[in-house]
Design a protein around this ligand. Structure first.
Ligand code: ATP
Ligand code: MG
Length: 260
């Protein structure tokens, strides 16, 4: 096997749903790498295969062909405790609709992944305090989701995604249900954690503003990657990167809200 320092390697992944008449080819040969600590965005029209790709990486779906390696290990070969460890501590998930459990408080929701995987309680408390500060959620720790605002719920969900200190966070439109102010606040916090703590983030988004926080963006169309944008090093500012993202979106034809 070719050992590399890449964190994630997606190699020639195809995914077809259904059979015969109802067959849909959602991914048609996707290949890319994610480096440790990278903040990678995925953009593309509705139905282009973004969620399918994240679900394959999360092992919730099995690719029809191709392979996905995390830290040089083929994730489809994981079974039993190795699979549980991968799902529980190597990856974190963040979804559009928060997906908090209604009958648990914020604190309990955040700690749930650690409880399932049997971390010791001293570690838990330290990790929790760190995330509470970073996401500014001290006030809501003992509240239930129905007692929190949308922005607070999503910051709690982000803390839950990071509590196990994963190698990579998979985020599917994390700002999709937030207003502009809360979206910006979430992105600033995610971006600072990404810079300071080195968890890589793979984020699907329709929002050029959210995407401008990424260091690189892959544009997907009809199940294939058709364009890539990289933030220029050493430092391209976010406004300039945002303008370049809008230009690619415009080339795809149509406005940002309905096409991407
Ligand atoms: N479980 C499924 N069974 C059959 N077809 C599916 C299934 N899930 C997704 N598809 C199809 O696969 C294609 C890709 O869907 P996917 O959900 O990955 O798109 P997406 O890029 O995430 O779109 P959106 O931006 O609307 O969330 C679409 O044509 C969709 O209809
Ligand atoms: Mg989707």
């Amino acid at each position: 096997m070719n050992i590399s320092d890449k964190l994630l390697q997606v190699q020639g992944v195809y995914k077809t749903y259904g059979e015969g008449q109802s067959e849909t080819a959602a991914l048609k040969g996707i290949t890319f790498d994610v480096l440790p600590g990278e903040f990678l965005g995925i953009m593309g029209a509705s139905g282009s295969g973004k969620t399918t790709l994240l679900n394959c990486i999360a092992t919730m779906l099995k690719p029809t062909s191709g392979q996905i390696l995390l830290e040089n290990q083929n994730i489809s070969s994981f079974k039993g405790s190795q699979l549980a460890k991968y799902r529980g501590s190597k990856i974190g998930y963040l979804f559009q609709e928060f997906e908090l459990l209604d009958n648990l408080t914020a604190r309990e929701n955040i700690l749930l992944p650690l409880l399932i995987h049997g971390e010791n309680s001293k570690n838990q408390e330290l990790q929790l305090q760190r995330l509470v500060e970073q996401f500014d959620i001290g006030e809501v720790l003992n509240k239930f989701p129905s007692q929190m605002s949308g922005g607070q719920k999503q910051r709690v969900a982000a803390a839950r995604a990071l509590i196990s200190n994963p190698s990579i966070v998979l985020a599917d439109e994390p700002t999709g249900a937030l207003d502009t102010k809360n979206a910006k606040s979430l992105m600033e916090k995610l971006s600072s954690i990404n810079k300071n703590e080195g968890s890589a983030i793979l984020m699907v988004t329709h929002d050029a503003n959210a995407a401008s926080f990424c260091s690189r963006i892959l544009f997907i169309q009809d199940g294939v990657i058709f364009h890539e944008l990289r933030k220029k090093v050493p430092v391209e500012n976010r406004d300039s990167f945002y303008e370049r993202i809008l230009t690619v979106m415009a080339q795809l034809g149509g406005g940002s809200s309905n096409v991407l």
